[in-house]
Design a protein around this ligand. Structure first.
Ligand SMILES: Cc1cc2nc3c(=O)[nH]c(=O)nc-3n(C[C@H](O)[C@H](O)[C@H](O)COP(=O)(O)OP(=O)(O)OC[C@H]3O[C@@H](n4cnc5c(N)ncnc54)[C@H](O)[C@@H]3O)c2cc1C
Length: 286
């Protein structure tokens, strides 16, 4: 959906509770930002996003600059506090192809510069296409890069901390540029490490030395290494696939899954079945 089609007519005010850099200084800045939304009517599910409204004036006379951010908390709130949610935001910069100048991305820099106590307007939640299934026997195959980890953090907190009855296999393939860029798995913030003890959970990491933080890393290779398990999961009736991050990830996965299926046509048939059965969900940033 085009960003101009989102209904932003009913904003909520949120107050920044905390903002913590979760990557070391030596690499790209990503912040874990906690917002207090003391509004009883703001209900959301894991996998949904909010819109952040950056007040103007903006280029082209727009009153607001709105960008979407995945909610990184589960439905019971950040740290089980129902009035708080968290976001995982990468500070973006863009290079002007003509002048070569570096420009800050509007919303990501606005968010990353906010100090505790700052008030912001948010809208949403949006997106019901990226929700975890209810059946605890379901297998979840989660594939993500960079800040695409945010909805998966919410999923894991919900299924393991809040439900506690999850029996299906959960596999997280996660790509980052280097070990230092791992989000929620590094020494700045390691709250996903808790799930390593869960009988059903396994996280498989892949790193890339490519220049861009959100590049799909070497996830295709990581998936290939685990081909037998991945394919078995894809063939199971109760498996759900989630892909989050850059849209180029989908083409990479299509390539590697085509090899597993035997041909691109065989994979497209299988993928179409998964889509038709609402078991293939994607969340792409660009
Ligand atoms: C469903 C969804 C969920 C998302 N979740 C997250 C999340 O959890 N965490 C996260 O960090 N991001 C997330 N994003 C991405 C986020 O919405 C923003 O797109 C991102 O933060 C950049 O926005 P910005 O306002 O900082 O940059 P903008 O100012 O909007 O710039 C973005 C684009 O404009 C162009 N541009 C801007 N300025 C210039 C310039 N001066 N010169 C040349 N080109 C320029 C660039 O091509 C760039 O692609 C999500 C996106 C979607 C769709």
């Amino acid at each position: 959906m085009n960003l101009t089609e989102y209904d932003i007519s009913h904003p909520y005010q949120a107050v920044v509770s905390s903002s913590e850099r979760i990557t070391p200084e030596s690499t790209d800045e990503v912040r874990h930002i906690t917002l207090n939304i003391a509004s009883a009517t703001f209900n959301y599910l894991e996998g949904q996003s909010i819109g952040v409204l950056v007040p103007g004036p903006h280029e082209f006379g727009n009153e607001y600059h709105m960008r979407l951010y995945s909610i990184a908390s589960s439905r019971q709130g950040e740290g089980q506090n129902m009035s708080e949610i968290s976001l995982c935001v990468r500070r973006c910069f863009y290079i002007d192809e003509v002048s070569g100048e570096k420009h800050p991305g509007v919303a990501s820099n606005y968010l990353c510069d906010l100090k505790p106590g700052a008030k912001i307007d948010i809208v949403g939640p949006y997106g019901r296409q990226f929700l975890a299934p209810k059946d605890p026997e379901s297998h979840l195959l989660m594939i993500g890069v960079g800040t695409g980890i945010a909805p998966f953090r919410a999923f894991l907190k919900h299924i393991y901390n809040e439900r506690g009855d999850w029996k299906g296999k959960v596999r997280l393939f996660y790509g980052a540029r280097t070990g230092m860029d791992k989000l929620y798995f590094n020494d700045k913030n390691d709250d996903l490490v808790n799930y390593y003890d869960e009988g059903t959970f396994k996280a498989i990491e892949a790193f890339s030395l490519r220049p861009h933080f959100d590049d799909p890393a070497d996830l295709a290779t990581a998936v290939k290494v685990h081909a037998a398990e991945v394919w078995e999961m894809l063939l199971a009736d109760k498996s759900y696939v989630y892909i989050a991050g850059l849209s180029s990830l989908e083409a990479q996965m299509d390539e590697v899954l085509s090899e597993m299926a035997g041909s691109p046509e065989a994979w497209q048939d299988k993928k179409q079945d998964l889509i038709d059965e609402h078991r293939w969900s994607t969340l792409f940033y660009g």
